[in-house]
Design a protein around this ligand. Structure first.
Ligand code: ADP
Ligand code: MG
Length: 244
């Protein structure tokens, strides 16, 4: 298996404080990796580094052999990297359909947007993504009237519509009901076909359902990596994470 995402010795220092400290790990094609760790471990910062929101102080981030760490955020998006942030940031006054439409990748630059037409292809893709994210019955609902869980799904859909090859999700089930969590687990399992997925999550039952492999971060470093069973049996993890 060839690693699709290869992170080596990644470090970022904020005024001398290393939020991510010499982190090395890789994710394979079609792998769903979950990153866990106590608050302040550096998980969100890791996603910020991958998607170019934060510049690393050192180390490298390679995706499909290309170095991302010196690219601008929009170039990283064009490499096929999609990010869902922790708090849903949908457009409240627009409908589900319009939110998905606005997120559909147009051609580059002004010409692409100028001549962009809402073709049947685009409408079909919007309906497909809405089906995938359990929003088919809400296509014409304003986003502000969706439940919190549905807003999370819509935001996943807004990333998914660009068909990213690496999808980064920060705590996607925060605030969801048990049933919505189950549906999201199914959704993520479908999403990782044909792409790599990195999910940050706290809910251990959810992690157990979705993770192929788990990476545990602590104080910016990788503490351990392995299957959920290995992680749960690990003494170091119990100490720092489970509070034993
Ligand atoms: P997690 O997502 O694992 O809870 P974060 O990645 O958000 O942790 O934060 C890791 C640490 O880095 C925290 O101590 C946080 O305060 C610090 N941090 C994150 N971003 C910045 C920043 N831009 N400037 C200074 N410190 C930061
Ligand atoms: Mg975080």
């Amino acid at each position: 298996m060839i690693a699709e995402l290869e992170i080596k010795n990644l470090t970022v220092s904020f005024d001398g404080f290393k939020a991510v400290d010499d982190l090395t790990f890789s994710v394979e094609h079609e792998e769903l990796r979950v990153v866990i760790g106590p608050n302040g471990a550096g998980k969100t910062t890791l996603l910020d580094l991958i998607c170019g929101k934060t510049r690393p102080t050192g180390g490298s981030i390679r995706f499909k052999g290309r170095e991302l760490s010196r690219m601008q955020e929009n170039s990283i998006v064009r490499q096929g990297v999609g990010r869902k942030f922790q708090t849903p940031s949908v457009y409240p006054k627009l409908t589900v359909f319009e939110n998905l439409e606005i997120s559909f990748p147009r051609g580059r630059g002004v010409w692409g947007s100028l001549f962009f037409k809402q073709s049947e292809d685009v409408r079909e893709r919007i309906r497909e993504v809405a089906r995938d994210t359990y929003l088919s019955d809400h296509l014409h609902t304003s986003a502000e009237h969706l439940s919190h869980g549905q807003k999370q799904w819509l935001e996943i859909g807004m990333v998914l519509i660009a068909d990213p090859k690496l999808m980064l999700l920060d705590e996607p089930v925060a605030g969801m009901s048990v049933r919505e969590r189950q549906q999201t687990a199914d959704l993520l399992q479908r999403i990782c076909r044909g792409r790599s997925v990195v999910v940050i999550e706290h809910d251990m039952n959810f992690v157990k359902q979705i993770a192929h492999k788990v990476t545990v971060m602590h104080q910016g470093k990788m503490l351990v990596e392995g299957s959920m069973d290995e992680i749960q049996a690990n003494e170091k993890v119990r100490e720092v994470y489970l509070g034993h």
